[in-house]
Design a protein around this ligand. Sequence first.
Ligand code: UDP
Ligand code: MG
Length: 318
Amino acid sequence: MATQIPSLAIVIPCYNEEEMLPKTLTTMLSLRDGMISRGKINTASKIYLVDDGSKDKTWQILSSEAANNPALVAVKLSRNKGHQNALYAGLCTTTEDITVSIDADLQDDPQNIEAMVDEYLKGNDVVYGVRSARHTDTFFKRFTAEGYYHLMKKMGVDLVFNHADFRLLSRRALESLKEYDESNLFLRGIVREVGYPSSVVEYERQAREAGESKYPLKKMLSFAWKGITAFSTAPLRMITILGLLSGFASFSLIAWVLIIRFFTDNATPGWASVLLPLLFIGSVQLLCLGVIGEYLSKIYEEVKRRPKFHISEVIKKD
Ligand code: UDP
Ligand code: MG
């Protein structure tokens, strides 16, 4: 595959990262220089920074740096579109042989990029960055994140355990990824669908050094649900099972009530036997309607075929 030295694109989505950017830029630029000097990547390699509609000075920093440094490309989105879309916009802008996506906060140690490129040079099209330890995450984050990966696996969704969006893609893997024209992007799931030879680079996830997480609990939950509904219909199947179970329970209850009524003298005009099934069946129905509604809303979003991003400005020095 790689007989010549490849060009590398590093794609970094940035949302309100003014505090982090100076360090991120220096780290990434020196990393790039180091890899060029060791003959791993060629001098056409670039760092793509996507400003996802930040409200702070992120764009001022990115645009002025990119205007003076040919190794940097600054891409501005028309508004905040969310991490997955910003990352996707960056990926779509690159033209290099390989792409590595990484967050701006350096929680995923960029030093591993070289190991990823080595894996690529061995013939792998996709290299997953996998968090081997999460001791810098809070207990809650670790518990929910790992529980989520297990749940997805149970539902038959093929995810790489503890892999987020730190990954390398070859040109052909990226071109294949772009053919998945889904509005609800859940890239870590789509990448598994794409296939091609792949391997894994393990690393320890660090704590965020500056600024705060742009993934508050609400966003995290919505992202988790997006992943489930985009890749699994198991919740719909569970509804059927729930319906069957509640049907069975109701029939047993009816049988029990009839037995009491006709074969014993204990039949009291019971509130419970009327009210309980009503409440139970009512709640099951509501739950089922809710889940069906969730899928319906995803279908609605998909059929609209809305563009995932608009680029308002690209700054580079050639
Ligand atoms: N991000 C983005 N758009 C958003 C939210 C986040 O581009 O709407 C970027 C953010 O700047 C960072 C990456 O996505 O580079 C991951 O966000 P963060 O580190 O806050 O998430 P966490 O690591 O806490 O899950
Ligand atoms: Mg982070």
